[in-house]
Design a protein around this ligand. Structure first.
Ligand SMILES: O=C(O)[C@H]1O[C@H](OP(=O)(O)OP(=O)(O)OC[C@H]2O[C@@H](n3ccc(=O)[nH]c3=O)[C@H](O)[C@@H]2O)[C@H](O)[C@@H](O)[C@H]1O
Length: 432
C-alpha cells in the first residue's frame, strides 16, 4: 500500500506503472490514464515545489531584513522613549533627521539643553569621513540624545518611531549636501532629497498626532537670481545645480503635503553655514586642512575676474533660527492622513546679511592659522556654483526675532580653535 506521499509524489514513473498493473485495467485506457495522471501529478509536484520555494524565499527575505536592521527590540525602544522625554514644561519632543550631521548635531544639543525630548536619526553615509559623524554621535549621546542608525527611506523604521513616540515636531536635516558633488553622484540627491523626503512626509502625514515639520532648504534655490539681497519672494525657478533643483523640488513637495494633509511646514534656506564640527567638504574646512598641511588651495573666481562671495552664516545663529522656527511653527491639523483644516506653510532665509568674498575668507584663515596659503586662482568651472549669495532676513526677524550676531572673523576663530583641538594640532603642528 503506497503512502500518501508516494501517491502524490511518485518518485519514478515506473513505480507508478507497477502499482497500476495490479488493478488489471484495460491496456490502452491504462496507457492514456497513466500518462494523463502522471502529467497531472508532475504538475502538482511542480506547483508544490514552486510554492515551497517562494515561501522559503520570503522567509529568508524577512529574516535578512530583520537581521540586518540595526534597530528594534525592547532595549532599543526604551532608549528611544528615554531620549524623547521632555524635561521642561511646555517642551516638545523632536525627531531630528541627519542628527549626526553638522547642523543636526548642534540643533540636537541645543534642544536637549533646554529640556526638549530629542531622538536622532542618521544613515552615516560616507559622503565625507564617517568617523567625524560617529564622533558627533558620541558627543550628543553624552548629552542624552540617542541617535539611531537608519535611513529616511526606511518607512518601517519611521512608522515604528511614530508608534513609540508621539513626536510633536520633526526637524528634518538629513540630506545629500554639496553643490558640486551633484555632478559626480546625481542619484544620491534624488535618493535623499526627493525620495527620502517623500517617505518622511508620508510617515508624518499618517502619524497621529501629526508633527509640525521644520526642514533644511538652501540658499542655492535662488540660483541665477541677480536681485540682491535675496528675498523669499524672489524667483527660484533657475537652479544652477541638481542639488539646488532637489531643494527647490523639496519646497514644492512640502507645499503639497501642507495643502492636502494639513501638515505644518517650515522650510529654512540656509546660507553657507560654517563653524566647529562642520563639514569637511566645504571650502572653509578644506582650505584649513590644506593650509595646515602645506598643500595648495584652489580659489575659484567669477566672470570678468570678479571674486565669488558668500553670505557665510555661523552655526550658533543658524541654531537660534532653527529653534525659533520650531517654537513658532504652529500645529498640523490633520490626523490619520486626513486634513482637518489649513496649517502654516512658511519659508525663511537664514543668512548673515553681510557677504564676504572667498579671497577675504582665505585671508582670515591665514591670519588665524598664522600660515600663508598656497593659492591657485582659477576661473569658476561650470559645475553648479553661483557667483554670490546675500540674504534678506527680515521675514525671520519679524516672525521669530532672528538676528545673527557672529561675523566671519569671529566665527572662523572659533572654528579654527575647534579644528586644531579635534585633529590634535598645537600651534599649527599635529601633536602626534
Ligand atoms: O548655502 C547653501 O545652501 C549651500 O552652502 C554650501 O555651498 P557653497 O556656498 O557652495 O559652500 P562651499 O562649498 O563651502 O563654497 C564656498 C565658496 O568657496 C568656493 N570654493 C569652493 C571650493 C574650492 O575648492 N574653492 C572655492 O573657491 C565656492 O565656489 C564658493 O564660492 C554648502 O556646501 C551646500 O551644501 C549648501 O548648503
Amino acid at each position: 500500500m503506497p503512502t500518501l506521499d508516494e501517491e502524490l509524489f511518485p518518485s519514478t514513473p515506473g513505480k507508478f506503472k507497477i502499482e497500476q498493473r495490479s488493478y488489471g485495467i484495460n491496456r490502452q485506457f491504462y496507457r492514456f490514464f497513466a500518462s494523463t495522471s502522471t502529467m497531472f501529478l508532475w504538475a502538482l509536484f511542480l506547483i508544490a515545489l514552486t510554492v515551497s520555494y517562494l515561501s522559503f524565499q520570503s522567509f529568508v527575505d524577512s529574516g535578512t531584513r530583520y537581521l540586518s536592521a540595526s534597530w528594534g527590540g525592547l532595549q532599543w525602544e526604551k532608549q528611544v522613549r528615554t531620549s524623547a522625554e521632555i524635561t521642561r514644561s511646555g517642551g516638545m519632543s523632536v525627531l531630528v533627521t541627519g542628527a549626526s550631521g553638522f547642523v543636526g548635531t548642534h540643533v540636537s544639543l541645543a534642544l536637549k539643553r533646554r529640556g526638549d525630548g530629542v531622538v536622532g536619526l542618521d544613515n552615516f553615509n560616507n559622503y565625507y569621513d564617517p568617523s567625524l559623524k560617529k564622533a558627533r554621535k558620541a558627543l550628543v549621546n553624552r548629552h542624552g540624545v540617542f541617535v539611531i542608525e537608519g535611513d529616511i527611506n526606511d518607512a518601517r523604521l519611521l512608522d515604528k518611531l511614530f508608534d513609540i513616540v508621539a513626536f510633536t515636531h520633526v526637524m528634518h536635516l538629513a540630506a545629500q549636501a554639496g553643490v558640486r558633488y551633484a555632478m559626480e553622484n546625481p542619484h544620491s540627491y534624488v535618493h535623499s532629497n526627493i525620495a527620502g523626503l517623500v517617505t518622511l512626509l508620508e510617515a508624518c502625514k499618517s502619524a497621529n498626532p501629526q508633527p509640525s515639520i521644520v526642514w533644511a532648504s538652501s540658499s542655492s534655490v535662488y540660483g541665477l537670481n541677480e536681485k540682491v539681497p535675496f528675498s523669499e519672494l524672489d524667483r527660484t525657478d533657475q537652479p544652477a545645480s541638481l542639488y539646488a533643483a532637489t531643494k527647490k523640488a523639496g519646497e514644492e513637495i512640502t507645499h503639497t503635503y501642507n495643502h492636502i494633509y494639513g501638515l505644518s511646514i517650515t522650510g529654512l534656506r540656509f546660507f553657507t553655514v560654517y563653524g566647529p564640527w562642520g563639514r569637511p567638504d566645504m571650502a572653509y574646512f578644506s582650505f584649513t586642512r590644506n593650509i595646515l598641511q602645506g598643500k595648495p588651495i584652489t580659489v575659484y573666481r567669477g566672470k570678468n575676474e570678479v571674486d565669488l562671495a558668500r553670505d557665510f552664516t555661523y552655526i550658533d545663529d543658524i541654531v537660534k533660527g532653527c529653534l525659533g522656527s520650531l517654537d513658532t511653527s504652529g500645529k498640523s491639523t490633520g490626523s490619520g492622513g486626513k486634513k482637518k483644516g489649513s496649517a502654516p506653510y512658511r519659508i525663511f532665509n537664514l543668512g548673515n546679511t553681510s557677504p564676504v568674498t572667498v579671497p577675504a575668507l582665505v585671508n582670515i584663515l591665514e591670519e588665524h592659522l598664522k600660515t600663508e596659503a598656497k593659492k591657485n586662482i582659477v576661473d569658476m568651472p561650470g559645475n553648479g556654483d553661483v557667483p554670490f549669495t546675500h540674504a534678506n532676513i527680515s521675514s525671520a526677524r519679524i516672525e521669530f526675532g532672528y538676528k545673527p550676531t557672529t561675523d566671519l572673523r569671529t566665527g572662523l576663530k572659533k572654528f579654527v580653535r575647534w579644528y586644531l583641538s579635534y585633529y590634535g594640532y598645537e600651534h599649527g603642528t599635529p601633536v602626534n
